[in-house]
Ligand binder design. Structure first.
Ligand SMILES: NC(=O)c1ccc[n+]([C@@H]2O[C@H](COP(=O)([O-])OP(=O)(O)OC[C@H]3O[C@@H](n4cnc5c(N)ncnc54)[C@H](O)[C@@H]3O)[C@@H](O)[C@H]2O)c1
Length: 411
């Protein structure tokens, strides 16, 4: 196993997903948990030179005054999501990593996210340039202090409202010109500032949220220029994962889906933010598009997300699928998914960090289309069928594996 030292920088570190990533990395490196839920722990991925989970140092940004250990305890109290015997042995790692978390920015993130912030350093009046400089200084300090060979930046912060793109976002030249215009209306929300800060340093950037992040042409051009990789957006962990597994079945059996209704209820902090109709709009957009894309036609669809406080991190989704079979006979499929949101998401974040670091080492650049199976809204490819998406990943692994073998054969 390689001796590389790598870091994962979590934007939104002390949230449910960020905290579970930190607990997970600590538990895995201490041999206290099996890598269940990590796709990259499947035998297929032993063909890649991925970083061992014990190689990761953790840092990040947040806008709230807390730490990983406090967040674990709060989580445990509210939702009982972690095996209690894991918490004490992980304490030292969690406290050490908490010291690496810096105040972030809420620039242009909307009032619901601003209400979460309780750190004086999170200044809404700070200019975007000053925020990017501060973020970059934090990233550089983390790399230096931990003597890291590589660092990946992952956005697991609260979902921002949709951000309208303009002509200025369509190329890096136009974007930079707009930045020079005095009193120009804000060109980005916070997620975009973090993305530009990371890409400008040539760091791999992963957007686990539906927020804008690096999903606009100027950011992708910057990634090309700085030779950085980008992956996103919006992790596919629960109801949408099932949709993209089941819709291909209806399509391949030539059963006509008439309507697909999905009701989601949950009560964690993500739910508080998504309870704001503006923030919710970003999520519904990524959840609602997948079925029509796979079927090739648009049945009536409806997605609802409701905040039900008592459920906390235990998300329940009820889906009702009305479909037509032979001779026009109508039938129904229903499913209930009761998943623990952060525990479904965290292993994927670790997978994505390992794969993005690997891609960057190989000299890949831009959007990593072969990671589509991880996303509700994959960048770089219009494919939502989970099986076809996973085939892309398998092909990639086989291709890299054959390239690794080839020099030995020729020598
Ligand atoms: N299964 C899943 O949990 C899942 C699946 C797909 C996507 N996501 C997305 O991942 C994100 C995190 O989910 P969560 O359940 O951990 O939410 P959470 O509310 O528990 O955590 C979000 C964290 O981000 C912090 N934050 C908010 N704005 C910030 C900013 N501008 N800069 C730095 N930190 C900021 C908050 O203080 C909080 O600690 C959400 O956007 C969610 O939609 C989660």
């Amino acid at each position: 196993m390689s001796q590389r030292r790598v870091g994962i920088w979590l934007i939104g570190a002390f949230g449910g997903v960020g905290t579970t990533v930190a607990v997970g990395l600590s538990a895995l490196r201490r041999g206290l948990a099996e890598p269940i839920g990590l796709t990259t722990a499947l035998p297929l991925f032993s063909k890649l030179d991925l970083d061992d989970v014990s190689a990761f140092e953790v840092g990040g940004h947040d806008i709230r005054r807390t730490d990983f250990f406090q967040s674990v305890r709060e989580f445990q109290h509210r939702a009982r999501v972690f095996p209690p015997e894991l918490i004490e042995p992980c304490r030292d790692d969690l406290l050490r990593w908490s010291a690496n978390v810096r105040p972030g920015t809420i620039f242009n993130s909307g009032p619901t996210i601003a209400r979460l912030a309780d750190l004086p350093e999170v200044r809404p009046t700070e200019s975007p340039r000053a925020a990017i400089d501060r973020i970059q200084a934090d990233l550089n300090a983390f790399r230096r202090e931990n003597r890291l060979d590589q660092l990946v930046v992952v956005n697991v912060a609260s979902t921002e409202p949709p951000f309208p793109l303009t002509e200025a976002h369509q190329s890096l030249d136009r974007f930079e010109a707009a930045c020079r215009v005095k009193d120009h209306p804000p060109l980005l929300p916070a997620s975009g500032l973090y993305a530009l800060a990371a890409l400008d340093l040539g760091l791999p950037y992963v957007n686990f949220t539906p927020s804008l992040g690096a999903s606009f042409p100027a950011a992708l051009e910057l990634a090309e220029r700085r030779k950085a990789v980008v992956a996103g957006q919006d992790g596919k962990t629960g109801e949408t994962l099932l949709k993209t597994v089941l819709a291909p079945m209806f399509q391949k059996r030539h059963l006509r889906v008439l309507s697909w209704v999905g009701h989601n209820i949950f009560g964690n902090r993500d739910g508080v933010v998504l309870n704001d109709p503006e923030n919710k709009a970003s999520k519904i957009r990524t959840k609602d598009q997948v079925v029509s894309s796979i079927l090739g036609y648009k049945p009536q669809t409806h997605v609802s997300i409701e905040y039900i406080e008592s459920l906390d991190d235990w998300k329940t989704a009820w889906d009702h699928i009305h479909f037509e079979g032979f001779l026009g006979t109508r039938m129904v499929m229903q499913f209930t998914w009761q998943g623990c949101d952060s525990l479904l998401a965290a292993p994927l974040v670790i997978d994505l960090a390992r794969l993005a670091l690997h891609a960057q080492r190989r000299g890949e650049v831009g959007a990593l289309h072969y990671l589509a199976c991880f996303w509700k809204n994959p960048m770089g490819v219009q494919e939502h069928d989970f099986f076809k998406q996973f085939a892309l990943l398998e092909q990639y692994v086989e291709q890299v594996a054959s390239e690794r073998v080839a020099p030995a054969v020729g020598s």
